[in-house]
Design a protein around this ligand. Structure first.
Ligand code: ADP
Ligand code: MG
Length: 703
């Protein structure tokens, strides 16, 4: 028997939870802290000192030597700079570990090297990190030792957000305020705030570390830049939900333990569609904590992989020809007195508040489909959205049969005369219980699907932060709520006004509803007829951030200033160019130093064989033909390599960020594909023994 794991005991053991605060803080300070968590405001410096001391004592008892302000710059990942609790020794040379309230609340990481899109001139590189009191501090333990991590927001000297968290927190306040106005209209006076909740399902690949280390493309870009398909792909669908192999299982077990200790509610695990692909989903929680925790999940996935001789790939498209990875962002809004605004109940037709919320979300998603699309854009996701893999880059909403029918009736007649029911699920087996069926079947191809009491935004990329998608969701819905509340608060006849407004919104925005197959070509054509945007790439999506419509939205609710939006657009271009540049240089390097030399050696041995066979008086046609084929592909690869080198140089000399990013997308990216094609063809021709890097078969079937 293996040791019994006490999950209840280890859960949150590395987190400075409310429970620990309650235990360690004087009552008055504890009360001050929880009040600010719920209602906002600033902690007094005196109280901060007390919290800091308690936090430090707890951390030190658990082996911590350093603390860090843990933040989320625009790189999309997290950043940390460690400071020891060490202080000046006294006259006798004794040193006491200390941590002050000031150090807890504010840090100054002098972070001139983070992307800022020109927000912070390098010569005055002041950046501040500010404690996010609503997200608990935790301990990170690895070879560096134990570090107390304090979740923070990251701002410039002049208060501009330099990170993903600040705007998210602002958007949560905005949507809370506006949603409160809506619930008040329906007589809810007890709720004091409305909380956005998020549960992100995280997909990932695991491959053997030894093999990973043999591929520069995986090391430098996180994805394969070359690689012919293996004889088997995912066509048998035998990996999805398949039995989990021992090596992977032992990884998952370790991963869960690490996450539970960090207070992450790792809940569901399974094999995904592609070979070597897996998924982990936690239980949903408050949006900003979910964002922090998703970062921890990604980080822990990578760290734990190392211990098992594995490497975790979070890239959206590590392997061509099999599914890539995404992140399903489940999102809902609930009042602090327990009402989920997205819960239709058994009779959605009678739930006017729900119908209004739904109408507002339809309006928000239709009006700002471009922004929502942008919020899920990252370099890797360009390989999925609208490219060679679903989901499409077109935003649409799936409501399911029952709700779609409700919307249809409302639009047509203004009334809902009948409700489609789920009925019983009859299995035809007497020993199996008949189940109540959901009124709605699932749709797996919709980018924004209603799933019972939440929306599932499925476009998000696996490697990306979920900060932006949730900021955008909160913002656009806040705007729709605000506009509805503006009208309804003034109405003389509320019942009539709300009825009219629901009908109006649903009629105007019904084009965003699509319940069919979102992966089909027909949908692309149909969406175009409906006038829905189809933004195919990250660089094309970037400018949606700075349209008048977007600036108006984000400024109105204090989520982004125009300057912050411009900086984000610029960072997008820079990130794109840098990423593609790395990929192009990696391809050039691999082709020049590994692949072409190997193929040349192979042609040499083929040529020797041809001569030897001829000399022996036999027919060397097959050998000569193969030599001819390989040489032809080799020439093609060489020409493509020269072309790629040329456009890559041209690209790096372009100074204007937007122009440069588009050049990378249009010229460099296609030159990369042109080099990949003959190289992949060569892989199929050349003796496996001489092929210099592990193949797809080695990578995804032999884990
Ligand atoms: P599904 O099978 O519909 O994908 P799951 O129950 O597996 O649903 O949940 C997927 C994710 O959605 C999980 O992270 C779960 O915690 C989260 N989730 C469930 N209910 C809500 C909700 N009301 N708001 C936000 N996320 C939710
Ligand atoms: Mg799901």
């Amino acid at each position: 028997m293996s040791e019994v794991l006490n999950v209840e005991e280890i859960f949150g053991s590395k987190v400075f939870t409310l429970g620990k605060m309650k235990e360690r803080l004087p009552r008055s300070v504890y009360k001050e802290v929880t009040k600010i968590m719920e209602q906002g405001g600033e902690l007094s410096l005196a109280a901060a000192d007390v919290v800091a001391k308690a936090m430090k004592d707890w951390a030190v008892e658990n082996g911590a030597t350093h603390f860090t302000h843990w933040f989320q710059p625009l790189t999309g990942i997290t950043a940390e700079k460690h400071d020891a609790f060490v202080t000046h020794p006294d006259e006798e040379g004794r040193m006491l570990m200390e941590f002050s309230g000031k150090e807890l609340i504010k840090g100054e990481p002098d972070a001139s090297s983070f992307p800022s899109g020109g927000l912070r001139a390098t010569f005055e590189a002041r950046g501040y990190t500010v404690w996010d009191i609503t997200s608990p501090a935790f301990l990170k333990e690895d070879a560096v030792g134990v570090i107390l991590c304090i979740p923070t927001a990251f701002c410039s000297y002049t208060g501009e957000a330099l990170d993903k968290k600040t705007p998210l927190l602002r958007s949560m306040e905005a949507v809370s305020q506006q949603a409160l106005r809506i619930v008040r209209l329906f007589g809810n006076h007890e709720a004091t705030r409305v909380v956005a909740s998020v549960g992100p399902e995280q997909e990932y690949f695991l491959i053997d570390r030894e093999k990973y280390l043999q591929r520069e493309d995986l090391i430098f870009s996180g994805r394969t830049l070359f690689g012919a398909p293996a004889p088997k792909g995912q066509e048998l669908e035998d990996h999805y939900f398949g039995a989990i192999r021992e090596r992977i299982g032992s990884y998952m077990k370790d991963l869960n333990i690490e996450l539970w200790k960090l207070g992450v509610t790792a809940k569901t695990q399974h094999n995904e569609v592609a070979p070597a692909q897996h998924e982990l989903a936690p239980i949903y929680e408050t949006a900003n904590i979910a964002v922090d925790h998703n970062q921890l999940v990604m980080e822990t996935m990578k760290k734990v992989a190392g211990r098992h001789g594995l490497t975790c790939l979070l890239h959206e498209k590590p392997f061509a020809g099999v599914n890539g990875s995404g992140k399903h962002n489940n999102w809902s809004l609930g009042t602090d007195n327990g009402v989920n605004l997205l819960d239709p109940g058994d009779t959605p037709n009678e739930n006017i508040q729900f119908l209004l919320v739904l109408a507002c979300i339809m309006k928000a998603v239709d009006t700002h489909a471009d922004l929502l699309r942008q919020s899920a854009a990252d370099v890797g996701n360009d390989h999925r959205l609208g490219a060679n893999e679903a989901p499409p880059a077109i935003i649409s909403m799936f409501l399911g049969e029952q709700l779609e029918d409700v919307v249809k009736q409302l639009v047509e007649t203004g009334e809902v005369a009948h409700l489609l029911e789920g009925g019983k699920l009859e299995t035809g087996v007497s020993t199996l219980t008949d189940l109540e069926k959901d009124a709605t079947d699932r749709n797996r191809t919709s980018p924004f699907a209603f799933t019972g009491n939440k929306f599932e935004f499925r476009m998000v990329g696996s490697a990306d932060s979920i900060g932006s998608p949730n900021t955008t969701l909160n913002a656009i819905v806040a705007e729709a709520f605000c506009e509805a509340a503006d009208i309804l608060e003034k109405a003389d006849n509320f019942d009539q006004a709300v009825h009219d407004l629901i009908k109006e919104y649903m009629t105007k925005h019904q084009r965003i509803i699509f319940n069919g197959n979102g992966y089909s070509d027909e949908w692309v054509a149909e969406a175009e007829r409906r006038g829905l945007p189809n933004i195919k790439s990250m660089v094309e999506a970037a400018s949606t951030l700075t349209t008048d419509k977007a600036v108006k939205l984000f400024e109105k609710f204090g989520i982004f200033t125009k300057v912050e939006l411009e900086s984000r657009e610029e960072v997008t271009y820079e990130t794109y160019s840098k990423t593609i540049n790395i990929e192009a240089l990696t391809m050039i390097d691999m082709a020049k130093k590994q692949i072409l030399p190997a193929v040349i050696r192979y042609t040499r041995s083929l040529a020797d064989t041809v001569l030897a066979v001829k000399e022996a008086g036999a027919d060397a046609t097959v050998q000569s033909e193969l030599l001819g084929e390989v040489s032809a592909k080799l020439a093609e690869a060489k020409a493509a390599l020269i072309k790629l080198e040329k456009v890559e140089q041209e690209a790096s000399s372009i100074a204007e960020p937007k122009e440069q990013a588009f050049f990378y997308k249009d010229e460099v990216f296609s030159a990369m594909a042109q080099l990949r094609a003959p190289v992949d063809a060569l892989e199929m021709l050349v003796d496996k023994k001489v092929w210099p890097i592990p193949t797809y078969g080695d990578l995804i079937f032999e884990v």
